[in-house]
Design a protein around this ligand. Structure first.
Ligand code: DAH
Length: 339
């Protein structure tokens, strides 16, 4: 039996094959249930006990050799298969899928770029804030409803640790350590305790702008607003200001732009008024300047704040606010060419 094993070893180590079918035939010939190697294992039962150890060892060596040899032949043919025949080195490579910018980032960057052309620089502040920066320093009365649990997310029920409800908090953060002239723009995420629907979300994005210097007037604000509206929505855009109220500005206004879908003629988007609201603004209330350590007798300023989702909706007609945070690639890919 040992001779038979050795001669098979020799035979197997010199095997060659030129196709995968031939390799398979060799596997069947030697290693299948009725293959030569397997038959030897059957005979092994009849080997006298004192020879079992040596013969068992050589038999195992034979089996390993055969398995290895056949795998080797198969692998080298499989590799050869692709390198020689199938690889076309002149073919253009597969296109790598490129991501696209999120629509809110596109619009935020547009807003920043428009204001930076007017000399504004970006300022940032924390999303987890305290009452002073979000409310008190901005002239909110102690019982103002915005402080209520209904609107504001408090952290661990501590009334002094909360998620900012607007980016106006960055105004007071900057003013308390900078003297005018101040010309900043503050983009960021804000949070409000709202039920999530197509028209409301518990987080969204705002951009705040603040300009404080000597002799800043409402005319300066209006000119800035007109420049912004026309840069953002096109040179034909008109603006109008409606009186409004915010605790931190006096006087306060809300700005409408002529509806950019119908050009002001009236359509379902602007509810047939020809105008759509886009931001809040006003002259910084002297109380706010004083609270932040800026002399309100010497300096004046204007501030404005807008929702990035709102502007994005106007530019791209996104009907449902939830689309912005669901990461649906079909939606995101629509902005591939936007920038
Ligand atoms: N903070 C206001 C809000 O969240 C927006 C705003 C209105 C900001 C008027 C301003 C402003 O700076 O002057 O609704």
């Amino acid at each position: 039996m040992i001779e038979k094993i050795n001669s098979l070893k020799e035979e197997i180590s010199t095997l060659t094959a030129s196709t995968l079918e031939e390799v398979e035939a060799l596997r069947i010939k030697y290693l299948s249930k009725k293959g030569e190697v397997s038959l030897l294992f059957n005979d092994f039962r009849n080997v006298p006990a004192e020879q079992k150890k040596t013969i068992g060892q050589t038999l195992n060596e034979l089996k390993n050799l055969a398995t290895e040899k056949i795998n080797q032949l198969r692998e080298s043919l499989e590799c050869a298969d692709t390198t020689e025949a199938d690889i076309d080195l002149t073919r253009t490579p597969a296109i790598m899928p490129l991501g696209s910018r999120h629509p809110l980032s596109i619009v935020r960057n547009d807003i920043i770029s428009i204001f930076s052309r007017l000399g504004f620089t970006v300022a940032e502040g924390p999303e987890i804030e305290d009452d002073w920066h979000v409310f008190s320093s901005l002239n909110f009365a102690a019982d103002h409803p915005a402080r209520d649990m209904q609107d504001t997310f408090f952290i661990q029920r501590n009334p002094d640790v909360l998620l900012r409800t607007h980016t106006s908090s960055v105004q007071s953060r900057v003013m308390e350590h900078t003297q005018p002239p101040i010309r900043i723009i503050c983009p960021g995420r804000v949070y409000r305790n709202e039920a999530i629907s197509a028209r409301a979300h518990c987080f969204f994005h705002q951009v705040e702008a603040l300009y404080v210097d000597e002799n800043v007037s409402f005319a300066d604000l209006k000119q800035t607003l007109l420049y912004f509206a026309q840069e953002m929505f096109g040179p034909e855009t008109k603006i109008r200001l409606r009186p409004s109220y915010f605790p931190f500005t006096e006087p306060s206004a809300e700005m409408d732009i002529s509806c950019n879908l119908c050009g002001g003629k009236g359509c379902s988007f602007c509810k047939h008024t020809g105008w759509v609201e886009i931001l809040g603004c006003g002259m910084v209330d002297p109380n706010v300047l004083d609270a932040c350590g800026i002399d309100s007798k010497k300096y004046s300023g204007y501030a404005l704040g807008m929702g990035v989702e709102r502007i994005t909706n106007l530019k791209y007609q996104v009907k449902d606010l939830r689309m912005f945070s669901e990461n649906d690639r079909r939606f995101l890919e629509e902005f591939q060419s936007a920038r």
